[in-house]
Design a protein. Structure first.
Length: 201
């Protein structure tokens, strides 16, 4: 099993996507694991495309911060249509942890492009040799932060859990938001045990 692990995340501004990578980065630093975190923000703070690239297990300066197409072990997507932008970055056998939230791009709102459905997204992942883990937004507990919930889902459904235990993740979550520690821990644990929705393609 490789000691390297590359994570590519996508979503839209305002979803707290950067926080997922911040937590993993801090967990890696605490355990002495080499880490490189490279965020890219879209033109709009809210609603614009956001991606992050996180690379674990390599010595600093010994590799590019960018994940090449076909190089990611884990894709985390916080918005259904944005998943399609990440598919080509997943290696064969990569895990795709997807929250089925829908945020319509401008082209869709103007009627110039169709919005993809779950079958199309999951179908493209499978064609690329990936494993789709789809989570319906309505299954999230009321009031749970979606990003922390999806961090839990990613931990449960990828090799991320071979680098960090639940306790490792919960320690960083608690230290990051002491005034809201309990609700965020509950959101993380809910994500860890969240039911996947089966998408027949």
């Amino acid at each position: 099993m490789s000691n390297y692990f590359d994570i590519y995340t996508v979503g839209v501004g305002g979803q707290g996507l950067l926080t997922i990578s911040d937590i993993i980065t801090q967990a890696a630093a605490d355990k002495g694991i080499g880490v490189n975190f490279f965020p890219t923000k879209g033109m709009a703070q809210r609603g614009g495309f956001v991606k992050t690239q996180l690379r674990l297990g390599r010595e600093a300066g010994s590799y590019s911060p960018s994940i090449s197409p076909g190089g990611a072990d884990l894709i985390v997507s916080m918005e259904l249509s944005e998943t399609l932008k990440a598919v080509r970055y997943g290696k064969r056998g990569a895990d795709y942890v997807i929250l089925g939230l829908r945020w319509q791009p401008t082209a869709v709102m103007l009627g110039k492009a169709p919005y993809p459905d779950e079958k199309q997204v999951v179908g493209e992942i499978r064609e690329n040799g990936g494993v789709a883990h789809y989570f319906a937004p309505e299954a999230m507990p009321d009031g749970a932060r979606a990003n922390i919930y999806m961090l839990g889902a990613a931990h449960a459904h990828s090799r991320l859990n071979s680098f960090f235990s639940k306790r490792d993740m919960e320690k960083i979550i608690t230290e990051s938001w002491k005034s809201a520690a309990q609700e965020n821990i509950e959101a993380f644990r809910a994500g860890c045990s969240a039911p996947e929705k089966d998408i027949a393609v």
